[in-house]
Design a protein around this ligand. Structure first.
Ligand code: GDP
Ligand code: MG
Length: 160
């Protein structure tokens, strides 16, 4: 199986997924992690973390000029978040689909936000919007040594 793993390496992306404070408070951590696990992605980083204001501002710096920015920073720093790095073929785009639209009102049933959230300001989960941002955000939220590269035995049964 080893040549197969090497051949598929270039299609493998990384994404930063974060369960926001409302997801933690509402007891949805297991439920949300399960959805990414069941899909077939590989968890390479995981921690519960109280986010400092500066990090929240850096993470969301593209939204700095938006009127809701101060509320967004208060929300993200209001309690612990669950930080995750996930790896897999097409994981960035696929995770965005599993998460659903930003406004839970527009998120399809079957998606995390469609099933578990009601409002944009409490939409329970974050997912990177591009492979480049996936790498940037994983670098922002995780220190070296906190990530784990490992071979998943199910890999040949997920990728041909
Ligand atoms: P995402 O990539 O789907 O998370 O959406 P964006 O990158 O556009 O926005 C980042 C986060 O900011 C969203 O997930 C929401 O938590 C928050 N947000 C975006 N738009 C609004 C808004 O109009 N009002 C409020 N209160 N929060 C917002
Ligand atoms: Mg975004």
């Amino acid at each position: 199986f080893l040549p197969h793993l090497v051949a598929s390496m270039e299609e493998v992306d990384q994404t930063y997924i974060m369960i926001k404070p409302d997801g933690v408070q509402r007891g949805l951590v297991g439920e949300i992690i399960s959805r990414f696990e069941r899909k077939g992605f590989k968890l390479t980083g995981l921690k519960l973390f109280q986010c400092p204001k500066e990090l929240a501002e850096e993470h969301y710096k593209d939204l700095q000029s938006k009127p809701f920015f101060p509320k967004l920073i208060d929300y993200i720093t209001s309690g612990p978040v669950v930080c995750m790095a996930w790896e897999g073929v097409g994981v960035v785009a696929s995770a965005r689909k599993l998460i659903g639209a930003t406004n839970p009102l527009n998120a399809e049933p079957g998606t995390i936000r469609g099933d578990l959230a009601v409002q944009t300001g409490r939409n329970v989960v974050h997912g990177s919007d591009s492979p480049d941002n996936g790498k940037r955000e994983i670098g922002l939220w995780f220190k070296e040594g906190e990530l784990c590269a490992w071979a998943a035995v199910q890999e040949p049964w997920l990728v041909e």
